[in-house]
Design a protein around this ligand. Structure first.
Ligand code: SAH
Length: 340
């Protein structure tokens, strides 16, 4: 919901300020589905609000789910007709993670990512980001479950939509509202240095992840155009500074693409970079198929790569890939539209 609009409405109509609080509660805590369910308000007022303020920036939704997969993808049609995709990941340990989009499309054009290939349309407003989370919060409520984590790993580059992303985080963080701790939220960036620097100065406990994907600039530059603007050294300098200021661990994402960046020699170079960076840990991501020319690394290569990291005492995890069956996995979200 657009709470700026709501505030204006409450002011214009000379309503008591507590009405706004009641509506926020019904929205973030009660997880009401529409104005009709905000029963603390009179019927007349609800009807007026229904006419004036959309309850959600999501106008329509379409679900994608397969039985054998534990994730759910939704394609959301926004008020202005744009489409975004959002994913709910159900982890075996009970976590319920919402992977949100921060932009309609993406301007970063990473060669391996479907979003990057679909181009950029616009930044999402803070309420459009929040509504993606609330959408799944309502969905989970019907099963007596809750959203436990949020990752900005959907469509878009969150640090290029800094203000709206931060606003959304603060709204979701609000103790009197949705009340999700910043420690349960993660931002993944392809390495927007000024954004990382700014984030380091916020007094937030949020988690940061850097999409690195290659140990050298020559290799990284081949498939991540952003490397020409901020190279590995600059991105890592910002990460080091972030760690110094926040004392938080930072995840280094490393996508494994067959015969491109998955050699043992690459793992050695990567180890060299991270052997002194004890608060960084590598997250190896098996490549998910998109329309691009790239192929996933065979399991054997992933294992060999991981073994080199282990030998060099580099902390790492291997990302379990969810959602491949419904094109909901990392890098597979796109600006797909639907009419019928
Ligand atoms: N713009 C942000 C968020 C992107 S998505 C960023 O660049 O970090 C989150 C992660 O998925 C990123 O690390 C991204 O590089 C990775 N990713 C992109 N395409 C992928 C693919 N086809 N398979 C697996 N991971 C992919």
């Amino acid at each position: 919901m657009d709470f700026k609009k709501l505030h204006q409405f409450v002011t214009d109509k000379n309503l008591p300020q507590f009405r706004e609080k009641q509506i926020r509660r019904a929205f973030f805590v009660g997880l009401a589905n529409d104005w009709n369910e905000v029963t603390v308000l009179s019927k007349d007022l609800r009807e007026e609000l229904e006419r004036e303020i959309p309850f959600s920036s999501v106008k329509e939704e379409r679900f994608f789910k397969k039985k054998k997969d534990d994730s759910v993808k939704v394609s959301l049609k926004l008020e202005n007709g744009d489409f975004v995709e959002t994913v709910l990941i159900k982890h075996k340990d009970g976590r319920r993670t919402v992977c949100v989009s921060s932009q309609v499309g993406c301007s970063m054009a990473c060669a391996f990512c479907a979003t990057g290939q679909s181009g950029f349309k616009r930044d999402l407003e803070a309420d459009e980001i929040v509504d993606q989370v609330i959408f799944f919060a309502r969905f989970l409520k019907s099963m007596d479950e809750k959203v436990t984590n949020i990752v900005f790993m959907g469509m878009g580059e969150p640090l290029l939509n800094y203000d709206n992303v931060l606003r959304a985080i603060k709204v979701l963080n609000d103790k009197e509202g949705f009340n999700l701790g910043a420690r349960h939220m993660s931002i993944s960036t392809c390495g927007i240095v000024p954004g990382i620097e700014k984030l380091a100065k916020e007094k937030l406990q949020i988690n940061l992840a850097l999409s690195m994907h290659a140990p050298t600039d020559t290799l990284r530059g081949k498939f991540m155009p952003i490397n020409a603007r901020y190279n590995i050294e600059e991105a890592l300098k910002a990460v080091d500074d972030y760690i110094r200021k926040t004392n938080r661990r930072v995840m280094i994402e490393y996508l494994l693409i067959k015969n491109l960046n998955d050699k043992e020699e690459d793992a050695e170079k990567l180890s060299e970079i991270f052997k002194t960076r004890s608060l960084c840990y590598i997250n190896l991501i098996p490549y998910n198929a998109t329309d691009s020319k790239f192929l996933s690394s065979p399991r054997e290569n992933i294992q060999k790569f991981a073994n080199v990291l282990r030998k060099n005492k580099i902390k790492y995890t291997i990302r379990h890939s969810f959602g491949g069956a419904i094109e909901a996995a990392c890098g597979q979200l796109a600006r797909k539209t639907w009419k019928t």
